[in-house]
Design a protein around this ligand. Structure first.
Ligand code: TXA
Ligand code: MG
Length: 335
């Protein structure tokens, strides 16, 4: 156990000093909280995997304060990447490039590519700038658990395991960044997230969608099989258990057809009022799919706190942020 120091957003200089010393500091971004380390220090990066209990074959995203620092860590920036950066940076879009020699293997899990993003969050930007180095940061949760969208959730998972937590406000999107591979001539969406497929298609009409369920890239998302997932997956993080609270997650189209045992405490989250609302221990009816997305991971943690054994989650159409929300719900519901 180590003592975790808590920083307010006007103590970023102290937090940056810990990062420069090779320690781990959690900080807010517009998507979820990140667990940062100096990306150029292999020992510091190694500490991330220990603190999270993260499998070492799952590569990390490198965060920059601005696009100007990109040339240091990537070896080639294709034209299509420039167009995507012009449109979506700073913001919730991670791009996968061919890496430069300065990036340690532990950051990329031995791949010859590196994932990079410039967050659109003043605290994240200032912390990275003050640290003076690129910051490798996965989501700030124990591996397999729901991502942290509040500093309290970071503390719940990582207090005593990391050097510092920056206590920013709850995150805006609540789901992680979209990951797009621009390292080959075929641009491929690897993980849906804060930037929608429809928005990406406006810049790259020919973008391919990687379907983790059938483990193959196709031009559209088709339901596929779960078999073979461990073979040729090109975004290693996609195959690990993810986003799971202790409660069982049940993805439901409508509550009318859902049998429920009254004895078991359960929770509901969605955009429509369930007909048997009073029977739920905890319930959240959101005003929009955006609110549903930004509330989901915190709701999972609340459901655990009130002892719910299952969380009923309403399905939503897979457009806009709905695609990322359904991706997380599907993966959280897989056992
Ligand atoms: O919004 C976010 O992206 C948050 C905040 C903190 O920035 N970070 C985040 O990191 O979600 P993490 O580690 O939970 O997810 C990183 C994802 C994984 O799916 C991983 O496989 C993929 O990015 N990734 C990282 N490097 C990659 C690479 N070189 N090639 C393909 N996928 C990569
Ligand atoms: Mg994560």
């Amino acid at each position: 156990m180590i003592t975790t120091r808590h920083f307010s957003i006007d103590q970023l200089g102290d937090a940056a000093e810990l990062l420069r010393e090779g320690q781990l500091v959690a900080f807010p971004t517009e998507t979820v909280f990140g667990l940062g380390a100096n990306a150029l220090d292999a020992a510091a990066v190694g500490r991330i995997f220990v603190a999270k209990g993260r499998p070492s074959d799952n590569p990390l995203i490198v965060h920059l304060a601005s696009r100007d620092e990109l040339s240091r860590i990537v070896s080639h920036v294709p034209e299509v990447a420039k167009a995507l950066m012009d449109r979506f940076w700073p913001g919730p879009l991670t791009l996968v490039f061919a890496k430069s020699a300065v990036v340690p293997c532990s950051v990329t899990a031995g791949l010859d590519t590196v994932a990079v993003r410039v967050p659109a969050h003043p605290v994240a930007t200032e912390l990275i700038r003050l640290s003076g180095v690129p910051i490798a940061a996965p989501s700030a949760n124990r591996s397999g658990r729901p991502s942290a969208t509040t500093w309290q959730a970071v503390s719940e998972d990582l207090e005593g395991r990391i050097a510092g937590i920056v206590e920013g406000a709850p995150t805006q999107f609540g789901l992680e960044s979209t990951v797009v591979d621009v390292s080959t001539s075929q641009v491929t969406l690897l993980r849906p997230g804060g930037v929608s497929l429809e928005a990406l298609q406006q810049v790259v009409p020919g973008i391919q969608v990687y379907d983790m369920r059938s483990n193959a890239a196709g031009s559209d998302q088709q339901p596929g099989s779960l078999e073979g997932m461990n073979q040729t997956v090109n975004s290693p993080g996609l195959r690990h258990r993810h986003y799971q609270p202790k409660a069982r997650i049940l993805l439901v189209k409508d509550m009318v057809s859902q049998p429920r045992t009254a004895a078991e405490p359960s929770a509901f989250i969605g955009v429509s009022e369930p007909n048997d609302a009073p029977k739920f221990t905890r319930i959240l009816v959101c005003q929009s799919v955006e609110e549903y997305a930004s509330s989901l991971f915190d709701f999972f943690r609340q459901a655990d706190q009130v002892g719910a054994k299952s969380v009923y989650c309403e399905s939503v159409p897979e457009v806009g942020i709905g695609a990322a929300l359904m991706d997380r719900l599907r993966r959280a519901s897989e056992s």
